[in-house]
Write a protein that binds this ligand. Sequence first.
Ligand code: G3P
Ligand code: CA
Length: 266
Amino acid sequence: PETLERQRAHRPVLDVAHRGASGYAPENTLAAIDKAASLGATTVELDIQRTKDHKLVVIHDTTLRRTTDVAKVFPDRAPYNVGDFTLREIKRLDAGSWFDRSFAGEKVPTLQEALDRLRRHRVNFLLEIKAPVLYPGIEDQIAQTIKSNPYWLVPDGRGGYEKLVIQSFDRDSARRSKERLRSIPHGILGRVAENDLARYSSWADQINPNHTTIDAAYVRRVHAAGMEVHTYTINEPGDMRRAIAMGVDGIISDYPDRLRQVIREQ
Ligand code: G3P
Ligand code: CA
């Protein structure tokens, strides 16, 4: 639609800090959110999963092994699935030392803690529902959490962009979430075949593919179907410029400072 096109033409490409500023701080922690904010990121992307006692937490892998010291604290609990540990147990883990000793004591945040920290910094939030097939009903829980934090339901966020967007590689999950949070834009992660774009545009607002899988013609097709394109994960300035030339609406990067610099040059 023409209005959407006009809006797009007047807005710079959106800069999204991937898992927080994960090039500089341990991914998916409050420290990574703080770092992204201090670098001026407009939006922060974080991954949401669920504990054994059904608390929503911020973590990327479906196990705790890579980004915490779980193997040291609970040596007999392999394979260390996020969903096999209570929040109390997960809060005993160090989620910072694996990245750098200076982050020792950093914790796995809850979704609520992340919402509060993002709000304090006035940065927008790109929420990924990660591996929802492991967590039946997680879309309801996320919707309830957002509805009990009405600040996030007000659409206008930093830079004139949406304050909150929800995305998932799991298209059914993204759709279930959209049905529960109608006013919140939702994205499908991964490239959607051209022939399916019209069908998904009945409820999806964004198609968010890996940057290596798209070109300018694809971006045009998504726009023609009335959706935006936010592409991940781009860390090299040359690739950022290439994506901007394709006409993408947003870029997700571990290095939000590099990305802002490239966007400023445009
Ligand atoms: O936001 C896009 C990106 O986060 C998707 O990939 O594996 O980093 O969650 P992943
Ligand atoms: Ca993610």
